[in-house]
Write a protein that binds this ligand. Structure first.
Ligand code: KG4
Ligand code: ZN
Length: 335
């Protein structure tokens, strides 16, 4: 029998519900963004996020079922983001998922949000070929993984300070652009295609492949104090110079790992994966090496519940079923 799993995501500022068939085919994917409400504070306010999840979730469940033309009694499982995230926000989705699984008598899957960002590459797409190099670039994470299969990972590198998306958001705030910063900075950088310069790169004392993005944020801050952009053209140049530096920081690590010759695919996930300049640059790295670049479409890169339902369905098929007494966790690893 084909599995039919309902997924719930509420770890940060997006409430999302999705229906996924056979752990791969997305039947519906509803996302309600709270961004406009958090914008005025320049970032996500946890308590506001929890309250808004509570308001939106029942409607989104109804809408996702309606769009997929599915009824509750057809569901074979419930999947939910169990970690990591804002604990109050997580608990809203988690409590709803537990109640649904209990009431319907179907298995519950506790899904790790970051692992799901990688699994998004397999939604409405052919299976990923392993071993794969996994690159997660989101608002809270910047990590590289050796992926032997789904569920079998080894952490290769992570950030020593800010995440890539966090750097975009902080720099956008410094430049007075608004939140979230990634799409705004990308748009400005696109208007300055001739800018190829970068800020000086972070230098690690050891031979680690770990990332660091706090240096570039400080460099932009100093530039804004010493040499404030006088017009839109100079602002666009600064955005491009910042974006180039972030991309170079990522690409230099990816190059080293792809040169090892062991990876058959590069799997990209997380909100920063929406960035077209990053997608293009990674294609240039993988194509000549005959490595498959697996990037989800933008709607499955940023936070969504289809990736949660997909990975949850896979976990249930592997017998990885959560206990109804389990709980959500603000921090947890999956490797
Ligand atoms: O994965 P995500 O939706 O939420 C987290 O799990 O963190 O990622 C959100 C992050 C934000 O920092 C946002 O600025 C960044 O992704 N982002 C981008 C772009 N679109 C979203 N960064 C760079 N370029 C973009 N086009
Ligand atoms: Zn995310």
């Amino acid at each position: 029998m084909d599995s039919l799993v309902l997924g719930i995501e509420s770890s940060c500022d997006e409430t999302a519900v999705a229906l996924v068939k056979s752990a791969a085919q997305v039947l519906s994917s509803e996302v309600s963004s709270q961004m406009d409400l958090h914008k005025r504070y320049g970032g996500v306010v946890p308590e506001v996020a929890s309250r808004l999840h509570l308001e939106s979730l029942p409607f989104l469940v109804e809408e996702a079922l309606k769009k997929a033309d599915v009824t509750f009694d057809q569901l074979t499982g419930i999947a939910v983001t169990a970690a990591p995230g804002l604990i109050g926000a997580l608990l809203v989705g988690f409590s709803a998922a537990k109640a649904l699984a209990f009431r319907l008598g179907v298995p519950l899957a506790n899904v790790h949000h970051i692992e799901a960002h990688l699994y998004a590459a397999q939604l409405d797409a052919p299976p990923v070929v392993f071993p794969a190099l996994g690159l997660v670039v989101s608002g809270g994470h910047t990590e590289l993984y050796h992926m032997a299969d789904w569920g079998q990972y080894k952490l290769l590198a992570s950030t020593r300070d800010d995440a890539a998306g966090e750097a975009f958001d902080k720099v956008a705030k410094l430049m007075g652009l608004g939140y979230p910063g990634g799409p705004l900075i990308e748009k400005m950088a696109k208007l300055s295609p001739e800018t190829t310069q970068t800020f000086s790169k972070a230098r690690m004392k050891d031979k680690t492949l770990d990332f660091s993005f706090s240096g570039v944020k400080t460099a932009v801050s100093l530039e804004l104090q010493k040499n404030p952009p006088k017009n839109e053209i100079e602002k666009n140049k600064l955005a491009a110079k910042f974006q180039n530096t972030v991309l170079e920081e990522i690409l230099s690590r990816v190059e080293v790992l792809l040169d090892e010759g062991q990876f058959k695919s590069l799997v990209l996930g997380g909100g920063v994966a929406c960035n077209q300049a990053l997608r293009d640059a990674l294609y240039k790295e993988t194509e000549p090496r005959d490595i498959a670049l697996r990037v989800p479409p933008p709607q499955y890169c940023s936070d969504n519940a289809a990736m949660i339902a997909g990975l949850g369905a896979f976990q249930i098929s592997q017998g990885k079923i959560a206990d109804l007494s389990s709980t959500a966790l603000p921090r947890a690893s999956f490797y």
